[in-house]
Design a protein around this ligand. Structure first.
Ligand SMILES: NC(=O)c1ccc[n+]([C@@H]2O[C@H](COP(=O)([O-])OP(=O)(O)OC[C@H]3O[C@@H](n4cnc5c(N)ncnc54)[C@H](O)[C@@H]3O)[C@@H](O)[C@H]2O)c1
Ligand SMILES: O=c1ccn([C@@H]2O[C@H](COP(=O)(O)OP(=O)(O)O[C@H]3O[C@H](CO)[C@@H](O)[C@H](O)[C@H]3O)[C@@H](O)[C@H]2O)c(=O)[nH]1
Length: 330
C-alpha cells in the first residue's frame, strides 16, 4: 500500500515524506508548488504536480497507486495573511479540503491524517496547557478554516467507512537532523525561521510583534515542537488507524511555552550572532499564549518526543538556513 502526502513539497510535508520513506512506506505526493519546492521532495517518492481540488488528478492518482492513507498538509499557513485575505484561506484550507475528503470517500481510502493547528483554540481562558476538550475559539480566519475541516472530517467519519486523526500542531520549527530537508519557504513569517535568517545576516534585523501582552515579559508565548518529532506523531497515527484504532484528535506540542524574547535570546546564544531587534506593535490574529497538553498523543498514539530542546530546534534551523545559503535572501 502507498501513502498519499498532500503538500509534500512544503516544510512539514517534505519531512513527512522522508519519515515515511525511512519507515519503508511507499510514498506518493501531490503538490501544486505554490509555497513548496520540487527539489524538497525525497527522490524516492512519486510526484504529481497539481491541486488537491482537481478531482480528475485525484482520480488518476488513486487509479495508479494503491493508496490506503492520506496525510493532508496542503494548505495556506500564515495567520496574519488570513486576517487580510480570509476568503482565500477558507477556499484553500476548507473548500479544497472538502474536495479532497470527497475524493477520498469516492476512492474508499480508509485512513486520513489532517494537519490541524493550535490556532483552533485561540487564546485559552486559563494559563494551563490546553487539552483537546478545551473550548475551541479561533482568533483568526486561519484557525477557523482549519476547524471547519476538522468538523467535516468528524461528520464524514460518522457517515462512511473512514477514520481520521486530526493532529493539532503547536509551533513547528527546526529541520531534519540529517540535513536532508528544512524550512525553505520564501518570505517566511515564522519566528524561528525569521530569527535564523537574521542571525545569518540574510535580513537586517527583525520585529517583535507586541511587548504589552499579559505574559511574564510582555511577548507572546508558544510551544515550539521539532518538525521530526511531529512527523513521527503522524507515523504513529497511521499505525494506530491501520491497526483498527478509530478517529481521534490529538495535540502535538511538548507542554512548555517560550516567549518571543526567550526564543530570540536562544537564537542569539546558539548562533553566536547578535542582530537588531525592533519592538513593534501587535500583529493581528495573534493569540497571547498557548501551550499544549500532549498526553493524548503520548497515550493514544504512543508518541515519545525525542527533540524536546529549544536549543536543538534552533541549531537544526540554523544549520538548514546555512545550507540554503544566499538562495532565500530576504
Ligand atoms: N508550520 C507550522 O507551524 C504549522 C502549525 C500548525 C499547522 N500547520 C499546518 O501544516 C501544514 C503544512 O504547513 P507547512 O508549514 O509545511 O507549510 P508549507 O507552505 O511549507 O507547505 C504547504 C504545501 O502545500 C502546498 N499547497 C498549498 N495549497 C495547495 C493546494 N491547494 N493543492 C496542492 N498543494 C498545495 C504548497 O505548495 C506547499 O508545498 C499546513 O496545513 C499548516 O496549516 C503548520
Ligand atoms: O518576525 C516575527 C515573527 C513572529 N513573531 C511572533 O512570534 C510568535 C509566533 O509567531 P509565528 O512563528 O508566526 O507562529 P504563529 O502565528 O503562532 O502560527 C504558527 O503556529 C500555529 C500553531 O500555533 C500554526 O497553526 C500556524 O500555521 C503557524 O504559522 C507570535 O507571537 C508572533 O507575533 C514576531 O514577534 N516576529
Amino acid at each position: 500500500m502507498a501513502v498519499l502526502v498532500t503538500g509534500g513539497a512544503g516544510y512539514i510535508g517534505s519531512h513527512m515524506v522522508w519519515a515515511l520513506h525511512d519507515a519503508g512506506e511507499e510514498v506518493v505526493v501531490v503538490d501544486r508548488l505554490s509555497t513548496g519546492f520540487r527539489w524538497a521532495i525525497a527522490p524516492e517518492a512519486r510526484f504529481y504536480e497539481g491541486d488537491i481540488a482537481d478531482r480528475e488528478l485525484l482520480r488518476q492518482i488513486f487509479a495508479e497507486n494503491a493508496i490506503d492513507a492520506i496525510i493532508h498538509f496542503a494548505g495556506s499557513v500564515v495567520v496574519p495573511e488570513s486576517v487580510s485575505d480570509p476568503l482565500s484561506y477558507y477556499d484553500n484550507n476548507t473548500v479544497k479540503s472538502r474536495a479532497l475528503i470527497a475524493a477520498a470517500v469516492e476512492a474508499k481510502v480508509p485512513h486520513f491524517v489532517f494537519s490541524s493547528t493550535a490556532a483552533v483554540y485561540g487564546t485559552p481562558q486559563t494559563a494551563d496547557p490546553v487539552e483537546e476538550t478545551t473550548p475551541l475559539s479561533p482568533e483568526s480566519p486561519y484557525g477557523s478554516s482549519k476547524l471547519m475541516t476538522e468538523i467535516m472530517l468528524r461528520d464524514t467519519a460518522l457517515a462512511h467507512d473512514f477514520a481520521y486523526t486530526a493532529l493539532r500542531y503547536f509551533n513547528v520549527a527546526g529541520a531534519d537532523p540529517g540535513g536532508r530537508t528544512g524550512q525553505s519557504t520564501r518570505g517566511a513569517t515564522h519566528l524561528i525561521k525569521v530569527a535564523s535568517e537574521a542571525a545569518l545576516g540574510k535580513r537586517q534585523g527583525m520585529d517583535v510583534y507586541g511587548t504589552d501582552y499579559a505574559t511574564p515579559d510582555g511577548t507572546c508565548v508558544r510551544d515550539y515542537i521539532h518538525v521530526s518529532d511531529l512527523a513521527n506523531a503522524h507515523l504513529k497515527a497511521l499505525g494506530r488507524m491501520r491497526a483498527g484504532g478509530g478517529s481521534i484528535v490529538a495535540n502535538c506540542g511538548y507542554g512548555r511555552g517560550f516567549s518571543v524574547l526567550e526564543v530570540l535570546n536562544r537564537v542569539k546564544e546558539v548562533s553566536g550572532a547578535d542582530f537588531p531587534v525592533h519592538f513593534a506593535g501587535r500583529r493581528p490574529g495573534d493569540a497571547v499564549s498557548i501551550v499544549a497538553n500532549p498526553s493524548v498523543a503520548m497515550k493514544e498514539l504512543n508518541w515519545q518526543p525525542q527533540y524536546d530542546d529549544l536549543a536543538f530546534i534552533v541549531r537544526t534551523a540554523l544549520d538548514w538556513e546555512n545550507h540554503l545559503g544566499r538562495r532565500n535572501q530576504v
